[in-house]
Design a protein around this ligand. Sequence first.
Ligand code: URA
Length: 238
Amino acid sequence: MRLDKYLSDMGAGTRSELKKEIRRSGASVDGAVVKDPGFSVQPSSHVVFRGSVVAYEEFVYYMLNKPAGIISASDDDREPTVVDLISEPKRRDLFPVGRLDRDTEGLLLITNDGALSHRLLSPKHHVDKVYYVRVSGILTDSDVDLFRDGLVLTDGLECLPADLEILSVSEDEYTSDAEITIREGKFHQVKRMFSSIGAEVIYLKRLSMGPLTLDPDLEPGEYRRLTSEELESLELQG
Ligand code: URA
């Protein structure tokens, strides 16, 4: 790949800024000074730029605890996105794996690995997603049966069987807390499922996606790199 792309991928700046800087000040590639931004480098090349070694990492993986109020997109002209919460020297090719609604919290994987994202999101693979949910309404065992048998939503959408575990019910507040496991990810899926049984979702948080579980040490808005064990478990997925 080109030297300016290598450096831009590693968050050193935009391609146009880098072109100028490389022409002006150069970079060292495998011990030789290079002033051509189009110079061909390999991921394994030894690149020194602005006095520091810049190692090439092809793929990066972050676990984010998405806070409410932020949109699941890579970039947006008007408001910050989940990718903007990653404050490390940022690659330009990051995106969230799937979407959580603006008001949903919890586990979101941010990466630049399109193949992994495709595997996790593909409807063929039925990756389990577990959500903690608070609804307005009283959930009962017959709702558990309805979810297990596969709901048909008011718009005709047939849902795959889902596991509903009722955690607690408050008659006084007229709310119920539950965990729901779904194996698909249609638009507003969880909200629409509860709505079809007459319950409104008032809080929603994703706890896990396939083998990946939200780190309880991450406060909303915080993120960390995936561990190698987490990454391996994801790679085995699908
Ligand atoms: N289902 C929803 O309704 N919203 C989400 O954000 C995720 C799943």
